[in-house]
Ligand binder design. Structure first.
Ligand code: ARG
Length: 227
């Protein structure tokens, strides 16, 4: 059997889309966040250097299967469509979709109220899938979640659907937008590797388990999350 690149090199490459605070975002030129902490621990466990490739969310699975990257750590939710293309690690985070609206919008209070509205999403995300499946929503997709929020502020979309923790970060300190109190669609995040890359998958699963046991997981939550 041919060895996967992650077995041959002295580094492993994390693919991500660093537009998703607190999971991955840029601090200057550096990509930081909760997912990066997990990835660093995986690299340390394997005795390898960690490299990070920041790309469009929608390109990650193709990049993984083309061997441009070794794993995806991008707040990626497990779903059957993705499970057909990659192998997922143990789930490491429970998430929901949230809705961001203008602070003075009282009309949109639940996901049902999105029907008939223009809704911004990040291309290829589960939020995109959800609104695209719902009849009567005009979906406007953006390469980056923060760009959708800019268009919301500019009045070009009525709402933005995005994962709950990033939603909190996107409205933090902003008086003109808010997250509505009606999260929907429960999802769970996992790290993706190429199908059959069991060496890397095992290292990732052991790392997640160890971080939960030794307190590093909770420490990273406390460092990066709001509240
Ligand atoms: N959890 C959602 C999904 O899996 C959104 C993830 C977006 N991640 C990012 N790094 N931009 O589709």
């Amino acid at each position: 059997a041919s060895a996967s690149p992650s077995e041959e090199k002295n580094y492993i490459v994390m693919g991500t889309n660093a537009e998703f605070e607190p999971f991955e975002y840029r601090e200057g030129s550096e990509v930081v966040g909760f997912d990066v902490e997990i990835a660093k621990a995986v690299a340390a466990k394997m005795g390898k250097e960690l490299k990070i490739e920041d790309m469009e969310f929608n390109s990650l699975i193709v990049a993984l299967n083309n061997k441009q990257i070794d794993f995806i750590a991008a707040g990626m939710s497990v779903n059957p469509e993705r499970e057909a293309q990659v192998d997922f690690s143990d789930k490491y985070f429970k998430s929901k979709q949230a809705i961001i609206v203008k602070a003075d919008n009282n009309e949109i209070q639940t996901a049902d109220d999105l029907v008939g509205k223009k809704v911004g999403v990040q291309l290829g995300t589960t939020g995109d899938l959800f609104v695209s499946m719902t009849e009567g929503i005009e979906v406007i997709s953006f390469d980056k979640g923060p760009l959708a929020v800019m268009d919301l502020k500019a009045g070009k979309v009525d709402a933005v659907v995005i994962d709950a923790e990033p939603a909190k970060k996107l409205v933090e300190g902003q008086s003109d937008v808010k997250v509505i109190e009606a999260p929907f669609v429960e999802e769970e995040y996992a790290i993706a590797v190429r199908k059959g890359d069991t060496e890397l998958l095992t290292a990732i699963n052991e790392t997640i388990k160890e971080m939960k046991e030794n307190g590093e997981y909770d420490k990273a939550l406390a460092t990066y999350f709001t509240e």
